[in-house]
Design a protein around this ligand. Structure first.
Ligand SMILES: *[C@@H]1O[C@H](CO)[C@@H](O)[C@H](O)[C@H]1NC(C)=O
Ligand SMILES: *[C@@H]1O[C@H](CO)[C@@H](O)[C@H](O)[C@H]1NC(C)=O
Ligand SMILES: *[C@@H]1O[C@H](CO)[C@@H](O)[C@H](O)[C@H]1NC(C)=O
Ligand SMILES: *[C@@H]1O[C@H](CO)[C@@H](O)[C@H](O)[C@H]1NC(C)=O
Ligand SMILES: *[C@@H]1O[C@H](CO)[C@@H](O)[C@H](O)[C@H]1NC(C)=O
Ligand SMILES: *[C@@H]1O[C@H](CO)[C@@H](O)[C@H](O)[C@H]1NC(C)=O
Length: 337
């Protein structure tokens, strides 16, 4: 009997030690000290993200906000200097398709005197920011610039975030930004910027209609602007109304100094064989442009590419450390790299 108990005990110990770490990482309870947001009013939470943000001190302290599932219809503006982390409730932190929090607004540049930034559902004008497992949507639709996200600042990390819009969905204006395991949807110029260095990694880019994915518009050749899309996938959104085969371009130059690189990325049939397109017939903006690729795969990676495109023979100069600086690992969540 004693032998038997020992045997059973050792069996239990061995078994639990052998369980592989395949459990999906969820986040369904707030961390200690987090400010709470939920749709149902309560004395211990806010009903909008902006109200929670407004409750934070305008200082250098680190603060965390946790959002329970729901559809929040609001525009959010964040400027406080301290590290600010926003977490959405999810049963799988690594996968945007599990997101339960939608933040939606519907402004377009027709309502903001042509100011792109002011249309954004989330405007993040600050350094030191992290957003996890939230969908940002601009539901305006077709017709004008209508941003889901406008990012002004250094050390901004977006993790398993869904960005949904049509024209100009994601604005990386300036600073250094990391987008990991994200989903970015739109039709025209839907990843755009001016002076930012942004690294898009292990993300999916989904087109809803024909057009160019990226549009960078730095003011001068010596600008620091650089977008790198790495280990990602370019495809059609499941909500696209018609076949986009050959109708999507990797980018077009908002100005002639645009710098965009795609590395190790799968491109399905939506990508046109020319890869890149001119800004417009009257203003092609291709003189000085740097549109480059390395080691992409899939039917959309096959040329012949446009005459102003570059094929690299290594990723040297375009790694995450090159794009975001040698201190990148101190602020980018390594789980999403
Ligand atoms: C925050 O930190 C910066 C840099 O250390 C400092 O210049 C600034 O005064 C601080 N701001 C506040 C509100 O404490
Ligand atoms: C949140 O937005 C996504 C993307 O548009 C949509 O698929 C999903 O149905 C929305 N969730 C809810 C609860 O409306
Ligand atoms: C935005 O949505 C609100 C509420 O549904 C609606 O009243 C308004 O007309 C919409 N605005 C635009 C520009 O679509
Ligand atoms: C981004 O631009 C804004 C507005 O011009 C400026 O206040 C801010 O310092 C800039 N941030 C970075 C990181 O360049
Ligand atoms: C798809 O078609 C619907 C219905 O005609 C329309 O409302 C929607 O704007 C279209 N979407 C796109 C991305 O063109
Ligand atoms: C090329 O990309 C594939 C992914 O498609 C990756 O596994 C491989 O390591 C890459 N090769 C180089 C030289 O980076």
């Amino acid at each position: 009997m004693f032998r038997f108990v020992l045997f059973v005990l050792s069996l239990v110990v061995v078994t639990s030690a052998d369980i592989p770490k395949t459990t999906v990482p969820g986040r369904t309870t707030p961390p200690d000290g987090a400010i709470l947001v939920q749709t149902t009013p309560s004395e211990t939470s806010f009903v909008s993200l902006q109200a929670a943000v407004n409750s934070l001190p305008n200082d250098n302290s680190s603060k965390t906000i946790f959002i329970y599932p729901g559809n929040y219809f609001e525009q959010v503006f964040i400027t406080r200097p301290g590290m600010t982390t926003i977490l959405g409730y999810t049963e799988n932190t690594m996968d945007h398709t599990f997101n339960t929090v939608n933040i939606t607004f519907n402004l377009s540049s027709a309502e903001t005197a042509s100011n792109n930034d002011k249309t954004a559902t989330l405007r993040t004008h600050k350094d030191n920011f992290a957003l996890y497992n939230v969908n940002l949507l601009n539901s305006y639709g077709i017709g004008h610039q209508a941003l889901a996200s406008s990012a002004y600042g250094n050390n901004q990390g977006y993790y398993a975030v869904g960005f949904y819009g049509y024209q100009d969905t994601l604005y990386a204006f300036n600073g250094t930004q990391f987008y990991g395991h994200c989903y970015i949807e739109g039709a025209v110029d839907f990843i755009f910027g001016q002076h930012a260095r942004a690294f898009f990694h292990k993300s999916t880019i989904g087109s809803v209609a024909p057009g160019a994915i990226t549009a960078l518009g730095p003011f001068a050749a010596q600008d620091v602007d650089l977008f790198v899309v790495s280990s990602s996938k370019v495809t059609a959104s499941t909500t696209a109304n018609s076949s986009l085969n050959g109708k999507v371009f990797l980018g077009r130059p908002w100005t002639q100094w645009a710098r965009v690189v795609y590395l190790n990325t799968y491109m399905d049939v939506v990508v046109n064989s020319a890869g890149w397109e001119i800004w417009s017939n009257s203003t092609p903006n291709t003189d000085g442009v740097f549109f480059a690729e390395f080691n992409n795969s899939g039917p959309g990676s096959i040329g012949p590419r446009a005459s102003f495109a570059t094929i690299l023979d290594s990723q040297e100069g375009y790694t995450v450390a090159d794009v975001l600086g040698s201190a990148w690992a101190s602020w980018v969540d390594q789980a999403y790299y």
